[in-house]
Write a new protein. Structure first.
Length: 198
C-alpha cells in the first residue's frame, strides 16, 4: 500500500495510528506529499490534492481519514478499531466525529494565523477556537474510554495537534479530567509512535 502523507498532518497521524494498532504499518510505503503544491503523483491518486491518500495493493485510491481508517480496519486479524454494532459502535463513531471536528477547525485556524491581521481573519480565528474549545469542554464532561478504537484515536490525535500547533493558546486549563485521560492515553504505542514533529 502507498500512503501520500505529510509528517505534521493530524489526519495522517490518525491513519498511521490505526495502521500501527492493526499491525499494518510495515505494509505501508510512505510518500511525502505537499498537498498545497498539488504534485502530479498526488493528483493522479487524489484529484482533491489532500493527504492522507492511500492507494491499496489493488490500485484503489482512498482519501479522507475516516475512509482510510475503516479500510485498514477491514484487513488483517488484529482487534477491530471500529466496533461492529450497538452502543460501542455509535460511541466510537461519535468520538471520531468530535476529534475530526476539532481538527476541521484547528487546521484552517492554523492557516488563518499565518495571514495578515484583519477583522474577517480575526473573526474566523475566534470562531474556530470557540468550536475547538466547546468540543474540548464536551469531552471533559463525557470522557473517552480507555479502550483503543477509532474514537479514542481520533480524539487523541486532535488533542495532540492542539498541543503541537496551539501551544500559546492551550486547551488543558480548565479540563483536568481530559488532560489526565490524554496523558495516559498518549502512552498507547500507536499514539506515542505517531507524535507530531516538525
Amino acid at each position: 500500500m502507498k500512503l501520500h502523507y505529510s509528517g505534521t498532518s493530524p489526519y495522517v497521524r490518525k491513519v498511521m495510528a490505526c495502521a500501527i494498532a492493526r499491525g499494518l504499518d510495515g505494509r505501508i510505503e510512505k510518500h511525502i506529499s505537499n498537498p498545497h503544491a498539488s504534485p502530479a503523483d498526488l493528483l493522479a491518486d487524489n484529484p482533491l490534492s489532500r493527504v492522507p491518500c492511500l492507494v491499496t495493493d489493488d490500485g484503489l485510491s482512498l482519501y479522507d481519514s475516516p475512509v482510510i481508517c475503516e479500510y485498514l480496519d477491514s484487513i488483517g486479524d488484529a482487534p477491530h478499531l471500529f466496533p461492529p454494532a450497538g452502543p460501542a459502535r455509535w460511541r466510537a463513531l461519535k468520538l471520531q466525529a468530535m476529534g475530526d471536528g476539532i481538527l476541521d477547525s484547528a487546521v484552517p485556524c492554523r492557516g488563518e494565523l499565518g495571514r495578515p491581521q484583519e477583522a474577517a481573519r480575526d473573526a474566523a480565528i475566534a470562531r474556530y477556537k470557540t468550536q475547538m474549545l466547546r468540543t474540548v469542554a464536551a469531552l471533559e464532561a463525557d470522557l473517552p474510554g480507555t479502550g483503543l478504537d477509532i474514537g479514542t484515536i481520533a480524539v487523541a490525535c486532535a488533542l495532540g495537534y492542539m498541543d503541537f500547533r496551539f501551544a500559546s493558546d492551550p486547551w488543558r486549563p480548565g479540563h483536568p479530567k481530559l488532560t489526565a485521560w490524554y496523558e495516559g492515553f498518549s502512552a498507547t504505542p500507536a499514539i506515542a509512535a505517531t507524535a507530531p514533529k516538525e
